[in-house]
Design a protein around this ligand. Structure first.
Ligand code: FES
Length: 81
């Protein structure tokens, strides 16, 4: 059942379902949360989020598979933004 959709817990409250491989920006949009973006190419870091405690750049990353079937997203604490 590893390809089942993932439950994503968003920092503003709601939880949504997304299939592994979904773009983070799309998944966030579906949840009504907008991830700030800049370069859209993976170099500026404006779009950083934390997924289960690991910082990822949302513009170039996709929803990973999760053994537990759940992922917790936090806004990355970046002193520059
Ligand atoms: S928007 Fe620049 S790294 Fe994602």
């Amino acid at each position: 059942m590893s390809s089942a959709s993932i439950t994503i817990h968003w920092p503003h409250g709601p939880s949504t379902q997304a299939a592994p491989g979904t773009d983070w920006l799309d998944a966030a949009h579906q949840a009504g949360w907008s991830i700030p973006t800049g370069c859209m190419g993976g170099s500026c870091g404006a779009c950083e989020i934390e997924v289960n405690g690991t910082t990822v750049r949302a513009c170039i990353a996709t929803v990973p598979a999760s053994k537990s079937g759940e992922l917790r997203v936090e806004q990355a604490s970046d002193p520059y933004w």
